[in-house]
Design a protein around this ligand. Structure first.
Ligand code: ADE
Length: 335
């Protein structure tokens, strides 16, 4: 997957809205508690914390957590990504440029290739970099000692992280959960304060309802609503929120036109499923990983799609929402 690949809702969280302190970071309380223990213990022992992996759908705050970890430790944060580390030499260059106590953040770590992973293992486990010099029978390995560092990695596709790599995150493998609607409303209220835009609680709740339980989406919608209200010279009320987000093609539960196309394809072209993701993607001329990473997690979360071992199935909830009277053959009729 290329680094530029971004979904329509996947805009970069502005620095101005990113929480700077733990108590500004709303939600994910279990992860915060575990990190608090891990980091406090490491600080007391005057030791770099062990390596950490965060996983979960895009926009839930994995990068923000990496920033908070580095701040807590008073450490430098060096940021790179799986797709940017194509060759062993790229990783060697990143690792040899670290200084003691640095936090190395590797986003989308699932895209590292096998050769790069092999070099990362001893670096994570023993703090050494094995470099092969020369080729053929005269090739030899030299070992460089690396400064102590902590790898904080993130992925939206944990199933693609190999078991050997996963097992080396001895500081923990943490799953970010979708936020509750109330947590999203609080994030919106915090952001509206930072953006200096007055917002009633009702209006914040209306944005929250459509934000797919995802902070990045909430902040993006908040800004689009601000633009709409400004251009129309209106205050931000629930009605104005509705108009602004309807105009973006986002319905009252946060489905985008892309989500609706996926659901309609399963309903109409595949009789409700079960159908493989590759067939859905092909029928929409869409990239399989885009559907899997960006659309499906929310559709599963709200119970519109179910994964079975024979493929994806859309549920009665989805039919009712879309007001489709198509065949329910093959559909799981959940309550
Ligand atoms: N912005 C993005 N994620 C956030 C969170 N968890 N809390 C507060 N603001 C956020």
């Amino acid at each position: 997957m290329s680094e530029e690949k971004k979904n329509d809702l996947d805009v970069v969280l502005d620095k101005e809205l990113r929480p700077q302190k733990w108590d500004e970071y709303i939600g994910q309380s279990s992860i915060k508690q575990n990190l608090h223990i891990l980091l406090s213990a490491a600080k007391e022992r005057n030791h770099a914390p062990e390596h950490i992996l965060f996983y979960g759908p895009p926009g839930l705050g994995k990068t923000t957590l990496a920033h908070l970890v580095s701040r807590e430790l008073g450490a430098n944060l060096k940021i790179t990504s799986g797709p940017a580390i194509e060759k062993v030499g790229d990783l060697a260059s990143v690792l040899t440029n670290l200084t003691a106590g640095d936090i190395l953040f590797i986003d989308e770590i699932h895209s590292l290739n096998k050769a790069v992973e092999e070099v990362l293992y001893p670096a994570m486990e023993s703090g050494v970099l094995d470099i092969i010099i020369g080729k053929g029978p005269s090739a030899r390995t030299i070992q460089l000692d690396l400064p102590p560092f902590t790898l904080v990695a993130a992925t939206t596709r944990v199933a693609l992280v190999s078991a050997p790599l996963r097992s080396r995150f001895s500081g923990g493998v943490y799953q970010l959960e979708f936020y509750t609607e109330d947590e999203i409303r609080k994030i919106i209220e915090r952001s509206s304060g930072l953006l200096n835009m007055p917002l009633s609680e009702d209006a914040a709740r209306e944005i929250a309802k459509r934000s797919r339980y995802t902070p990045r989406t909430a902040n993006y919608f908040l800004k689009r609503v601000r633009d709409y209200a400004q251009v129309n010279k209106e205050d931000i009320t629930p009605k104005i929120v509705g108009e602004a987000l309807d105009l973006l093609g986002v319905d009252h539960i946060g489905l985008t036109s892309a989500d609706r196309r996926i659901l309609e394809a399963i309903a109409h072209k595949f009789k409700g499923g079960p159908v493989g993701l590759n067939s859905i993607a092909a029928s929409l001329s869409e990239d399989q990983s885009t559907i899997e990473e960006f659309n499906e997690p929310y559709l599963i979360q709200i119970g519109f799609i179910e994964r079975t071992n024979r493929g994806r199935v859309i549920t009665q909830h989805a039919y009712e929402h879309l007001d489709i009277t198509g065949s329910t053959e093959g559909t799981i009729l959940s309550a």
